[in-house]
Design a protein around this ligand. Structure first.
Ligand code: DSN
Length: 486
């Protein structure tokens, strides 16, 4: 409040979002209502989804403007549309920031998501390793110059390529060659798991799989593995079998940007190509990027649009430029270190209260709890925690007997709660909320007398105490305090 009057002093952020919502309200009031509702929900939930975060007001606002109206297929200076002066500038700025942030020679900032970034990477690798040599062998410069027969042979050659990636139950991602995703329909894929004892990556096993299977591409990266990966070792394995090393750092890009993962654990100096999302630990807008240090690959990556992407979203590239600028600051480095410290504190807090963790701990932003240690499935744990005000997602654990639907684990991540300022003490309180909820949850029996994998009973008193504790934690660490929307 202003000292000399009763008028409330509104921050720029409050004005921007509240005036924006007033304008939206005039066109479709329900949308304004739903946007307000989403903020309300996010403010009332303890968000531990490892792949989510809270982007800054500057990142959010950079997405909502007239850049959204412009078509700009192509690359800066080489567009298929006229009138791209400022799209060129903003794409170049985002790309320069990304190169600087990650110390990469080349950055492509157009992918709309992680799956798109991976598709750009796959097709640029196929162009470089399969199409270019084929065209050279046939004395052609372009696929349009090939005869129908030669084109059929090349199309088949694309489909004959091999890839290896981390298995889904070990924490890999669908886009790393699994059949429900287009990558699994395109590539002949084999996956590597983790060591059954340590649940960590077994580099010797990967080497022997690579030597037997001779893949074109080795994918490293994960969406649910709580440990760092040694990319120098992965590169040695790739070089040994003349494969390309592709790293999908979507989950831990913020830890690379924040210089928590350096040396052998920084993928950029070791991989031929690196892909990422921009919205997870990196805390930018929803989107993807591709980075590389390989000069020979860049012209193929640049063809991502229109090869596999629709027209670039200039508004999102603008928001990426803002997010990369933010990630270059000292405060982002402190944030990234705190994400990891918080994950470690959360892991220790859960262990000391009787929870079993995959790999017995963490050295990144995520913790994978084997909820069989509480007599539950992942599905039961996820729902019981939601009732207590904690948002997590169920996840397979290595060698999971409960399959991908019910699962035996929950995945917890600290990027979002670290963004609102929570620290290691807060993580210990959260570990207590999680463990007391899970201890107070009992699976129900089905009509045939078996233990249900979905139904459960949660003690009402524990649930309501924990909801109060969550509200207190969120009250001390509010989301977007500068945005004064009710
Ligand atoms: N949905 C993201 C995650 O949760 O890891 C990746 O697809």
């Amino acid at each position: 409040m202003n000292e000399n009057s009763n008028e409330e002093v509104l921050t720029d952020e409050s004005k921007a979002f509240s005036y924006g919502l007033n304008i939206i309200e005039k066109s479709e009031p329900l949308v304004a209502e739903y946007i307000r509702g989403e903020l309300g929900n996010q403010r009332n939930q303890l968000k531990l989804i490892a792949s989510e975060n809270y982007a800054s007001p500057a990142v959010l606002l950079a997405m909502g403007n007239w850049f959204s109206d412009k078509y700009a297929e192509g690359t800066p200076g080489h567009r298929f549309y006229a009138g791209c002066e400022f799209v060129d500038k903003v794409e170049t700025l985002a790309s320069e920031h990304a190169k600087d942030l990650f110390d990469a020679r080349y950055a492509y900032v157009q992918p709309h998501s992680g799956i798109d970034a991976n598709l750009v990477a796959f097709w640029s690798l196929l162009a470089y390793r399969v199409e270019v040599p084929f065209l050279e062998a046939h004395g052609s410069k372009h696929v349009n110059d090939l005869t129908e027969n030669d084109w059929a042979v090349l199309r088949k050659a694309f489909g004959d390529q091999r890839m290896i990636g981390m298995s889904l139950d070990a924490g890999g991602h669908l886009t790393h060659g699994f059949r429900p995703n287009i990558s699994g329909k395109l590539f002949d894929q084999r996956s590597y798991g983790v060591d059954p004892e340590t649940e960590r990556v077994d580099y010797d096993a990967i080497r022997s799989l690579a030597q037997d299977f001779r893949p074109l591409i080795i994918v490293a990266g994960y969406s649910a593995h709580p440990r760092k990966i040694d990319f120098a070792k992965m590169r040695e394995i790739a070089d040994d079998v003349d494969a390309v090393l592709m790293v999908d750092m979507a989950h831990f890009a913020g830890l690379v940007a924040g210089k928590v993962f350096t040396g052998d654990f920084d993928p950029i100096p070791h991989a031929h190509i690196v892909t990422s999302t921009t919205h997870k630990s990196l805390r930018g807008p929803r989107g993807g990027i591709v980075l590389s240090n390989e000069e020979d690959l860049t012209e193929h990556i640049d063809k991502g649009c229109p090869m596999v992407l629709g027209g670039p979203l200039a508004n999102v590239m603008a928001a990426k430029a803002v997010a990369f600028a933010e990630a270059k600051t000292e405060s982002f480095r402190s944030y990234a270190q705190q994400v990891v410290d918080n994950a470690n504190a959360l892991a220790e807090g859960i262990k000391k209260r009787g929870g079993r963790l995959v790999t017995d701990g963490t050295d990144n932003h995520l913790v994978l709890v084997d909820v069989r240690s509480f007599g539950l499935t992942g599905r039961q744990a996820e729902s019981a925690l939601e009732e207590s005000g904690v948002i997590v997602n169920r996840n397979s654990v290595p060698f999971d007997p409960n399959g991908a639907w019910y699962t035996s684990g929950i995945r917890l991540g600290t990027p979002a709660l670290t963004s609102v300022g929570m620290n290691c003490d807060d993580m210990d309180h959260i570990a207590e909320i999680i463990c007391s909820t899970l201890k107070a949850t009992e699976p129900l029996t089905t009509s045939s007398g078996e233990m249900s994998k979905a139904k459960y009973d949660l003690s009402g008193s524990v649930q309501s105490e924990n909801r109060t504790l969550c509200a207190e934690l969120l009250g001390r660490n509010p989301l977007y305090p500068e945005v004064g929307l009710p």
